[in-house]
Design a protein around this ligand. Structure first.
Ligand SMILES: Cc1cc2nc3c(=O)[nH]c(=O)nc-3n(C[C@H](O)[C@H](O)[C@H](O)COP(=O)(O)OP(=O)(O)OC[C@H]3O[C@@H](n4cnc5c(N)ncnc54)[C@H](O)[C@@H]3O)c2cc1C
Length: 272
């Protein structure tokens, strides 16, 4: 199995964290040889930051297969969102157009975070998730009521190795993707900036970005990290931010929002 030492700068979209050993199993057989309890899992790192030191990581980059069976699409846990969107255009079907413009995300990370936008969530399209649990057993689930807003049983229950989604024929998919991309560009900071997407989850019926804005965090900068001027819930790494810079700015924001508005913000970004 390939093992590499990579930096947080390479492993996460926001570019935060120390070096880690990363294991790249080629398939389920190799993955089953690892004791999952001794690892964290990483997909595209688009919603994660790494501590300066920590457990080694498993990446399912090699689980990149795509299989069609009529109205069902089965994807390996490491398939990247941009690859899925390209398939959607090529084969004209509807699935993750609402996430167009999210960089790097993988099937495993999309399921673990139950990613969503514009009223859609990944769980709405799921038919089956195959995973390996902490005891090294290959399992599957076909019922998804435990999936909530940016929450799923994963990675706590194990590593997602494959998932099957319901797809629908959509000859106008290219235009739909463009429409969602335009909406995203209007709301979010430019795609080339280093960010992990939403820093905090939206409290029920509220927007974390709006609360941060009220508390004056739009454009607020601490060393290399800055809350975006365009959307206060997006932290931008403007240099070489460290993990402690991340926790410092997050704590300052949480404290002020709690003190001034009485709302407890919880992190959407995962700390590995
Ligand atoms: C510019 C930008 C815009 C974004 N917009 C959105 C948005 O609109 N909506 C939204 O929901 N998110 C958004 N995100 C956040 C992010 O893209 C999603 O949360 C995405 O699902 C994360 O996927 P990933 O593969 O990068 O996961 P990672 O960041 O690598 O991991 C996230 C979590 O999933 C776990 N995990 C990863 N792979 C597996 C696996 N195979 N099995 C089990 N657990 C696993 C990790 O351990 C970690 O806990 C955005 C991010 C960026 C940078």
């Amino acid at each position: 199995m390939k093992v590499k030492v990579l930096k947080g700068e390479e492993l996460t979209s926001i570019g935060i964290g120390g070096k880690r050993e990363v294991f790249f199993p080629k398939g389920v057989e190799e993955l089953l040889k690892l004791n999952l309890k001794e690892f964290n899992f990483i997909g595209g790192g688009s919603n994660s930051v790494l501590r300066e030191t920590g457990l080694p990581l498993i990446s399912l980059r090699e689980f990149n297969y795509i299989k069609y069976q009529g109205e069902l699409l089965t994807l390996g846990g490491g398939v990247l969102l941009p690859t899925i969107l390209k398939e959607q255009i090529k084969k004209e079907f509807s699935l993750f157009e609402f996430l167009a413009g999210v960089p790097r995300a993988t099937v495993g990370g999309l399921i673990a975070q139950n990613a969503g936008a514009f009223g859609f969530e990944v769980k709405d399209f799921l038919k089956r998730v195959v995973f390996i649990n902490g005891k090294g057993q290959l399992k599957e689930i076909k019922e998804f009521s435990s999936f909530k807003y940016r929450k799923s049983p994963f990675p706590e229950e194990g590593i997602v190795v494959e998932a099957t989604f319901r797809i629908k024929r959509e000859p106008k998919i290219k235009e739909k993707i463009r429409k969602f991309l335009r909406k995203r560009v209007e709301k979010q900071p430019p795609f080339y900036l280093r960010t992990a997407g939403s820093t905090f989850k939206n409290p029920k019926g509220e927007s974390a970005g709006r609360l941060l804005d009220i508390c004056g965090f739009k454009g607020f900068k601490l060393k290399s990290l800055k809350f975006s001027e365009k959307h206060a819930n997006f932290l931008i790494n403007t240099g070489k931010a460290s993990f402690s810079e991340f926790t410092d700015i997050v704590e300052i924001a949480r404290e002020k929002v709690k003190r001034e508005l009485g709302v407890e913000l919880s992190l959407e970004v995962k700390i590995l």
